[in-house]
Design a binder for this molecule. Sequence first.
Ligand code: GTP
Ligand code: MG
Ligand code: NA
Length: 458
Amino acid sequence: SKPSADNLRSPICCIMGHVDTGKTKLLDCIRRTNVQEGEAGGITQQIGATYFPAENIRERTKELKEDATLRVPGLLVIDTPGHESFANLRSRGSGLCDIAILVVDIMHGLEPQTIESLNLLKMRNTNFIIALNKVDRLYGWKTCPDGPIVKTMKQQSNDVQNEFKMRVKDIINQFQMEGLNTELYYKNKKMGETLSIVPTSAISGEGVPDLLLLLVLWTQQKTMVERFMFSNRVQCTVLEIKVIEGLGTTIDVVLVNGVLHEKDQIVVCGMQGPIVTTIRALLTPHPMKELRIKGSYVHHKEIKAAQGIKITGQGLEHAIPGTALYVVGPDGDLDDAKEAAMEDMNSVMSRIDKSGEGVCVQASTLGSLEALLEFLKSPAVNIPVSGISIGPVHKKDVVKASVMLEKRKEYATILAFDVKVTPEASALADEMGVKILIADIIYHLFDQFKAYIDHIKE
Ligand code: GTP
Ligand code: MG
Ligand code: NA
């Protein structure tokens, strides 16, 4: 079938911005979940994906506009980390999306990762909306749970309205300095030329209906809609590799276009070459639930784009996140698919120090391993890496790290990020003099390593 405006896929919307501006909390507010409160250190360290069916969007926006026409089946929202260490995940997220929400804290204005996110969006020509979040922090704010923003603003005192105007004006000026025209969405007469600002509170929900409706109606505009026409050509990106109890190694993917079926033959880029396998199970979280949070999954025979999907299949443990997944159709050529898959080979291996001197790093997912390598490589940190691994620290990892004892004792260290250490590995490390540093926040590993080096030098 030819792509047409009568058969649209769900648009993919990436949520970006500086750390702690309320990206995850905004999604929690829409989902009615508590993902943010369960995050280590209150920071997001992985890409997430949540599917919002059109009927849920209708429900949340009916007070604002009861008769809105929603032609897309839903919206797939990608959550990204704001912490500076995760630039690679922001880049991956922004590379996947059709549109974006840039979240700015009304009390802070533009911050370093706001600008970084802006530049990523500009570079890829991605259209975006600004959520000016935490309006409830304006002094004297009167809460109107889930209220449309114009109606809510009318109920605020003059002082609150004045502070709001002053802060909005200031933030519009800050965007101007970055070369962008912005305006409150309900005053914006030139959508497209001028970016829309939607004031929101992720805690009490004011402005959230406006944000949802604006997003959906905007993707349905003539100039945008072509992008969302459904096509049978599979376009799919691997987000993360995870070992899940009862399922074994799984890959989380974002299906951008096309359909995936159970038993499809697929090819993904692997550390040791192309991985050819068959989809054993196609799983999604329930609608309005986060893919990155462990929960119960829905099994599918086939899934239409766009969706965040967990795939199980043999041999996926060496897949590399951020690379494309290919389907070999009945008339497709396996060798072509293999070649295409390997073109995407990213630079993970090239980050390992060629001199062979450096610490060993170990992380729960390849995505977080990449983030960790990125962080260790940054000039302020600059710790060389000689070996990498994924999953729990076992005895063999300790033996591998112990090679450094002869060369540079301080490098006989395993930096373990968000992974368990088996008791046997721990005992062996003590015996051999290998140091294992464990943390679930990336920069804590650096602090610990620095303290350890200082201790050795004494
Ligand atoms: P990272 O993913 O780590 O970059 O942060 P984030 O942008 O996802 O922010 P997060 O949702 O973790 O929120 C950060 C903090 O701000 C949390 O303590 C939230 O409770 C708080 N917060 C988020 N949104 C609002 C809001 O609208 N109003 C108020 N008062 N607090 C908020
Ligand atoms: Mg977050
Ligand atoms: Na946070």
